[in-house]
Design a protein around this ligand. Structure first.
Ligand SMILES: NC(=O)c1ccc[n+]([C@@H]2O[C@H](COP(=O)([O-])OP(=O)(O)OC[C@H]3O[C@@H](n4cnc5c(N)ncnc54)[C@H](OP(=O)(O)O)[C@@H]3O)[C@@H](O)[C@H]2O)c1
Length: 281
C-alpha cells in the first residue's frame, strides 16, 4: 500500500489530493494546524470507506521544532513514504512583520523552512519507497519576487507581498538544491504551479480583498477536482529527472534564473546555518 504524506492536506488542493489517494487505496497522512479541518477530512474518509487508511496529523508548521518532530513521527509510523506533497501555506500579504517563537519571519518559516526540513528529513523514508516523489506546490514560472540574500528575514524592509513572493522563489531553489545534494537518489522532486484554483485561500485575506479575491475565483479559478488532475498524473508518473518544474501541464525550462544552481546552493547553505543556529539557541 502506498503512503502519501500531504502538508496542508486538510483543505484546498492538499485535501483534494488526500481524498483522491484515499479513493485509490493509499494510506494518507494529512497534516494541518486546525483540528476541526482534520476531523472533517476524517469524516469524508469514513464516507468513502477509507477511515482505516486516513490519518490527521496536527502540527503547526510555522515551527521548525514541530516540522522536525513531524519527521520523527512519520519515520516511526511508516517504513516508507511514496509521495510527499507540500501544500501548507497561509498568505500574509498585509499587516506588520511577525516572527515565530524561534525568531523566523512567518512566511519564510511556514512556506519555506518547513518544506526544507520535511524534504531533507524524510529523504531516507522516501528512498525506501520504489518510486518516491516530492511535489512542492507553489508558483514556479511566475517571474515575481526574489530571495533577499542580504536580509532573508526581511527585518529591514518588510512587506507581506515581498515575504510571500520570497517564499515562492525560495521553494524554486529548494528543489534545485535538493536534487544537487543527492545525486543518484531515486527521488523525483517536482516544483508545481497549479494556476488559480478555487480554494479557501481567500478566507484568510482581510476585507475588501477577501470579497474581491472570492469574486475573481468565481470567475476565473479552476475547481480543485479539475486542478488535481495534472498533479496526480505527475505524482504517479513523474519525469525521470531529479528535479523538474511545471506550471499546469507545461514543463518549465530549468535554465531560467529562478532555478539558478549557484543561488540554490547559496540558499541551501544559508538555510543550514539558520537551522543550526536555531537548534543551538
Ligand atoms: N489556490 C491557488 O490559486 C494557488 C495558486 C498557486 C499556488 N498555490 C499553492 O498551492 C498550495 C495549496 O494552496 P491552497 O490554495 O490549496 O491552500 P488552502 O486551501 O488555503 O490550504 C492551506 C492548507 O495549509 C494548511 N496550513 C496553513 N497554515 C498551517 C500551519 N501553520 N501549519 C500546518 N498547516 C498549515 C491549512 O490547514 P490549517 O488551516 O488547518 O492550518 C490547509 O490545509 C500553496 O502552497 C499555495 O501557495 C495555490
Amino acid at each position: 500500500m502506498q503512503t502519501v504524506v500531504i502538508t496542508g492536506g486538510t483543505d484546498g488542493l492538499g485535501k483534494g489530493l488526500a481524498l483522491h489517494y484515499l479513493r485509490q487505496g493509499a494510506r494518507v497522512l494529512a497534516v494541518g494546524s486546525t483540528p476541526a479541518k482534520g476531523e472533517a477530512l476524517l469524516a469524508e474518509a469514513s464516507a468513502i470507506s477509507a477511515a482505516d487508511r486516513a490519518e490527521f496529523v496536527l502540527a503547526d508548521l510555522t515551527s521548525v521544532a514541530a516540522a522536525r518532530d513531524l519527521v520523527r513521527r512519520i519515520e516511526r509510523g511508516c517504513t516508507a513514504v511514496d509521495k510527499l506533497i507540500l501544500c501548507a501555506q497561509r498568505y500574509r500579504l498585509f499587516g506588520p512583520r511577525t516572527t515565530t517563537d524561534e525568531g523566523f519571519e512567518h512566511s519564510f518559516a511556514l512556506a519555506y523552512l518547513s518544506r526544507y526540513v520535511l524534504s531533507h528529513g524524510l529523504r531516507p523514508a522516501l528512498e525506501a519507497a520504489p518510486r518516491p516523489v516530492v511535489m512542492n506546490v507553489g508558483t514556479p514560472g511566475i517571474r515575481l519576487g526574489r530571495v533577499h540574500f542580504d536580509d532573508v528575514q526581511l527585518a529591514r524592509r518588510y512587506s507581506g507581498t515581498k515575504a510571500t513572493l520570497q517564499s515562492f522563489r525560495a521553494n524554486d531553489l529548494l528543489g534545485v538544491a535538493f536534487a544537487a545534494c543527492y545525486p543518484g537518489s531515486a527521488i523525483r522532486y517536482v516544483g508545481y504551479n497549479p494556476g488559480v484554483v478555487s480554494t479557501g485561500m481567500p478566507d484568510h485575506l482581510p476585507q475588501p480583498l477577501r470579497t474581491l479575491a472570492k469574486a475573481q475565483f468565481a470567475l476565473f479559478a479552476t475547481s480543485v477536482p479539475k486542478a488535481i488532475g495534472p498533479m496526480v498524473r505527475l505524482l504517479d508518473d513523474p519525469p525521470n529527472l531529479p528535479f523538474s518544474a511545471y506550471r499546469g501541464k507545461r514543463q518549465l525550462p530549468l535554465k531560467a534564473p529562478a532555478f539558478d544552481q549557484d543561488a540554490a546552493q547559496r540558499l541551501h547553505h544559508l538555510t543550514q546555518e539558520l537551522l543550526e543556529e536555531a537548534a543551538a539557541a
